[in-house]
Design a binder for this molecule. Structure first.
Ligand SMILES: Cc1cc2nc3c(=O)[nH]c(=O)nc-3n(C[C@H](O)[C@H](O)[C@H](O)COP(=O)(O)O)c2cc1C
Length: 180
């Protein structure tokens, strides 16, 4: 599969086969792809919690959904929630963040998240990044120290959805050459 085929095949999957587990060797390769992601000053400011236990998974899923807005109910079907916890970055990255007024760990975590989703696609596994969740609740459920931020939950599972055409801005809207 070419890289463009791979990125075209990745989509946010919002329906999973709840009875089909992800094979450990596939998960291991996905985690290896995460391990290989770049980060500012190679700080690797992340920790991944693989939530597989049914009770914990359902509690985490509940913390991502909001009844009133009808958001993220599908997350209960996913056999894995991969929680990305932000870890303190190394000194160089923190200096960079301070002097350049950019929080590099959030950029790093965005990159590692896409490594994970693309690796999942490559394994035939569906994914969806979940940014809408009750962080306090997730920290409590998973014993995450209050000083660490939970940045993303990535749900993983065998998708039951067909590939949708992508809705994207035209390249000419996104790109300019030489000047803004
Ligand atoms: C940081 C981030 C947070 C997201 N949070 C959610 C979410 O809470 N629930 C959801 O259903 N999709 C979420 N998404 C998925 C986006 O809605 C999706 O990527 C976008 O609509 C493009 O569609 P595609 O991923 O199918 O190409 C999130 C994506 C990103 C990158």
């Amino acid at each position: 599969m070419s890289f463009l085929d791979l990125v075209s095949k990745r989509q946010s999957d919002r329906a999973f086969d709840p009875h089909r587990q992800i094979e450990q060797e596939k998960l291991d390769r996905i985690l290896q792809a995460a391990q290989l992601a770049p980060s500012a000053c190679n700080a690797q400011p992340w920790h991944f919690i693989i939530v597989k236990d049914e009770l914990l998974r359902h509690q985490v899923a509940d913390a991502t959904s909001t009844k009133m807005l009808g958001i993220n109910h599908f997350t209960k079907q996913a056999p894995i929630h991969l929680i990305i916890v932000e870890e303190p970055a190394n000194f160089s990255s923190r200096m960079g963040s301070f002097f350049k007024k950019k929080h590099f760990p959030h950029i790093d975590i965005g990159i590692v998240a896409e490594h994970i989703c693309l690796a999942a696609t490559d394994e035939g596994i569906g994914s969806c990044m979940i940014g809408w969740f009750d962080e306090k609740r997730i920290k409590k459920i998973l014993n995450i120290p209050s000083s660490n931020n939970v940045v993303l939950d990535i749900v993983l599972g065998y998708s039951t959805q067909d590939l949708r055409p992508k809705k994207r801005k035209e390249i000419k809207e996104l790109v300019s050459y030489d000047k803004y």
